[in-house]
Design a protein around this ligand. Structure first.
Ligand code: G3H
Ligand code: 13P
Ligand code: ZN
Length: 311
């Protein structure tokens, strides 16, 4: 099998009430462990690269590493550009073999977002590449995705329907209370999503695949381990698994996970190096990281997203 676009996998997920995991990848170890996890569970999979990932590893390296992992698997895998910042960035990824792209025009005026999304869709569809766009803003701070709390706003259901009609986009990221990074809610806040808005959106555009960014759970076991072995991460809070399960049963068909992978990796490396102060072979501590990422991803696929055995 070769890399596929996300159209078929997301439409199926939308109609059957589960979500496909979209995991951010930055290096060989993350790619290997995510693909092994999905492969062992016969789950469709989206591997996504952000601008930061492309800067760090290089677009060609990421593409070749994903191709290598795909060639050893038996599952449909899409290689997706996460938060494409311009038409040129999307075109570069399409031309280099990505099978799906996101054009993130969410910070633009509505008409400009429509315009740039239409342009990307027109180009991408010629090459059988699927396109995700975003409407509404997620608050929170991530290395390359900076939006202030003041600007954050939820997706308007009527605008979502109009946007899909005008752009012919294949999936749409919506804002219903998630945000990027490890600090999604204030310590005294109850982490809750706006299911009332999600319901309205899916009524306006039935059977249309919606995407949830900023969907890491920020599992306390990793935070505790990091802090126990010399780290200091305070007041981190994510999206509870129960909220994600409910969203996946609705029209949320793609769920983006990055921060949870970072925490799993960091916790295992900190623990290993603390317990083995004389060790310095990266293959040893990175093997621990791979084991930890693989088990995290398996749990997400099987118990949260519900996409095990769906190929
Ligand atoms: O959406 C943001 C992702 O977590 C990517 O983060 O830009 O630091 O690679 P990054
Ligand atoms: P998290 O920071 O919650 O993992 O979100 C990642 C994401 O949305 C990537 O696009
Ligand atoms: Zn995102």
């Amino acid at each position: 099998m070769s890399l596929v676009n996300t159209k078929k996998m997301l439409n199926k997920a939308c109609n059957e009430g589960y979500a496909v995991g979209a995991f951010n990848v930055n290096n060989m170890e993350i790619i290997q462990s995510v693909v092994q996890a999905a492969n062992e569970l016969s789950s469709p999979l989206i591997l996504q690269a952000s601008m930061g990932a492309r800067k760090y590893a290089g677009t060609t390296y990421l593409k070749k590493l994903v191709e290598a992992a795909e060639s050893e698997s038996n599952i449909p895998i899409a290689l997706h550009l996460d938060h494409g910042e311009s038409f040129e960035a999307c075109k570069e990824c399409i031309d280099s073999g990505f099978t799906s792209v996101m054009i993130d025009g969410s910070s633009l005026e509505y008409s400009k977002n429509v315009e740039i999304t239409r342009k990307v869709v027109k180009y991408a569809h010629k090459y059988n590449v699927s396109v995700e766009a975003e409407l509404g803003s997620l608050s929170g701070i991530e290395d390359e995705v900076k939006i202030t709390k003041e600007n954050s706003f939820y997706t308007d259901p009527d605008q979502a329907a109009d946007f899909v009609k005008k752009t012919n986009v294949d999936s749409l990221a919506i804002a219903i209370g998630t945000s990027h990074g490890a600090y999604k809610f204030k310590p005294n806040q109850t982490p809750k999503l706006r299911f009332d808005i999600l319901e309205k959106i899916q009524k306006k555009i039935p059977s249309f695949p919606l995407v949830l960014h900023g969907a890491s759970t920020i599992l306390p076991e990793y935070i505790n381990e990091i802090n126990h072995y010399g780290g200091s991460i305070q007041n981190a809070l994510g999206i509870p698994e129960e909220e994600l399960k409910k969203a996946a049963k609705m029209s949320i068909s793609k769920i983006n996970i990055d921060s949870d992978l970072r925490l799993a990796m960091t916790a295992s490396i900190r623990k290993y190096l603390f317990q083995h102060p004389n060790k310095f072979d990266p293959r040893e501590y990175l093997s621990e990281a791979k084991t930890s990422i693989k088990s995290l991803v398996k749990n997400k696929i099987q118990n949260v997203l519900g996409c095990a055995y769906k190929i």
